[in-house]
Design a protein. Sequence first.
Length: 204
Amino acid sequence: MSAADLAGLLAGADTVHLLAKPLLMPVLAAYALTRGGPRWLIAALLFGWGGDLALLAEDDTAFLLGMGSFAVGHLCYLRLFGRARASWTAGAAYALALTAVLVAMWGDLPAAIRLPMAGYSLLLATMAWRSGVLGRYAGAGGALFLLSDSLIATGVADWPQPPAHDALVMATYLAAQLLLTAGALGGTGRPSVPGAYRGKVATV
């Protein structure tokens, strides 16, 4: 399914993308559910699905709705990660990266979405930082999620785009969700959450 979506984007086959994209997160959520995945993981994936659907429409209202749905998904991920300690070094690196990107883009972003995007970016960077508490897979997934959304932001800011920009956005996004799911499942098909929080999440 992911391969079909990416192939459609690379080939410029919009119909393939429109048909495949809405199926990606439900399939991943169903897989996680059959493996006993925590409900907060399932919720995060389904809110990601909501964001995917909204972004199929190319207008400012749809963009804000999609951003809102993804934001709720990030809150679900943060709930999943619990209160385990994350690396403060990684946190500082994410804070510096977030500040640099926002400062660089601020003047090029449409005025109506600057503040919503700043708030969303802070939430996303926090999720990416905290994702490392579930291990390297989830940590890499969080970083790729930030990269994917940063690529989207460069398009919103009307910056010059690399070749196959849309395919690159989707590839990094899909890898992010897959790695976050793998991290939450422990890479073995069983729920994996930090420390004392494990039992609590498994029953949520």
